[in-house]
Design a protein around this ligand. Structure first.
Ligand code: NAD
Length: 320
């Protein structure tokens, strides 16, 4: 039986990844600084460990039968645009420590395959209508925020360890990811979850606030598609970073319209000042396509899975 350690298994994508690995027949250890907020872990073994500490990284990788076959590193001090702009120092400090220590611990333990979750935040801002950017165009680098700089640095840490120690490293640059069992309130939530929550609370014909004028362009990837990309990439021979994202690009205003349509409500979007982030995104998926990955959920199909879950969370919270 193959063994895997998933770092960040108490989080959104890590929690879904554990389920996928279990369905593929793996023995899985989940590691996180906290329990999963919304679901019982599917991992065979779950450790509460602060991965900023080198000894905890070593402990995470010490399995009853030796070292794990595969390590998936998704732990990060992480949130949506509001968090990214208000917690620069925490991101630069905590996520760098996690990545430096975990990459080192994995190489030292002789782990054969190591996955690192990077982000399209490593790229510069784009203008609407610009041609697709490829992975190589992240350099020369000009990320819009410190979260992107940390990801770029940690990618390079992982690649340096691959060169020195022969550990096979796979790096995905995720587009925005959404789906059930993700953060939906509290300040770390991302736009799709925040908009679902606001639409849930609004009456038919009501108004919700959005940050900026609603023209910023994004792509949103449903979590099952993201996890499928991670799994395929990890088992491919694709070296270097690969973007993973749904090729459907929408404005924030269009995202509101799709959520409203799924909710069966007419909703008006009122622009307010807030941390919008970059103006536009348009990335090539050719590398990840080359190993057979395609997104199966367009935005409406993904929101149809996500909105009812958030509606249920909002109702449960209101009745507590
Ligand atoms: P998440 O916040 O739900 O999961 C991250 C997990 O890391 C959390 O459970 C958190 O408790 C854990 N963690 C934080 N500090 C830790 C520490 N010191 N020790 C151990 N665990 C710690 O985020 P997510 O959306 O599941 O993202 C997973 C990964 O994917 C992250 O690296 C993130 O930067 C990356 N990513 C996510 C998105 C997205 O849209 N969700 C987009 C691009 C990249």
């Amino acid at each position: 039986m193959k063994t895997a350690v998933v770092c960040g298994a108490g989080g959104f994508i890590g929690g879904h990844l554990v389920k996928r690995l279990k369905s593929e027949g793996y023995w899985v250890r989940g590691v996180d600084i906290k329990e999963h907020e919304f679901a019982r872990t599917a991992a065979d073994d779950f450790r509460l460990l602060d991965l900023r500490e080198p000894k905890n990284c070593q402990e995470a990788l010490r399995l009853p039968d030796g070292r794990p076959d595969e390590v998936y590193q998704l732990a990060a001090d992480m949130g949506g645009m509001g968090f990214i702009h208000s917690a620069e120092c925490e991101i630069m400090h905590n996520s760098v420590l996690i990545n430096v220590h975990m990459t080192h611990a994995a190489a030292a333990a002789g782990v054969k395959r190591y996955f690192y979750s990077s982000s399209v935040c490593v790229y510069r801002d784009m203008k609407p209508g610009e041609p697709e950017m490829t992975e190589a165009e992240a350099i020369p680098a000009h990320p819009d925020n410190e979260y992107g700089w940390e990801k770029l640095y940690s990618e390079r840490v992982a690649m340096a360890y691959e060169r020195r120690y022969g550990m096979q490293v796979r790096i995905a640059r995720f587009q925005n990811c959404y789906g059930p069992e993700g953060t939906w309130t509290g300040g770390r939530e991302k736009a799709p979850a925040a908009i679902c929550r606001k639409v849930t609370a609004a009456p038919d014909g009501g108004t919700i606030e959005i940050w900026g004028d609603g023209s910023a362009v994004r792509s949103y990837t449903y979590v099952d598609d993201m996890v499928d990309g991670i799994f395929r990439l990890m088992h491919s021979e694709l070296h270097g970073a690969a973007n993973i994202g749904c090729p459907q690009y929408v404005t924030v205003k269009q995202l509101v319209d799709i959520v409203a349509e799924v909710a069966g409500k007419k909703i008006h979007a009122k622009p307010v000042a807030g941390p919008v982030g970059v103006q536009s995104r348009n990335f090539s998926n050719e590398r990840i396509y080359s190993i057979g990955w395609r997104s199966r959920f367009d935005l409406k199909a993904g929101i149809q899975q996500t909105y009812p879950w958030i509606e249920q969370q909002v109702k449960a919270a209101a009745s507590r």
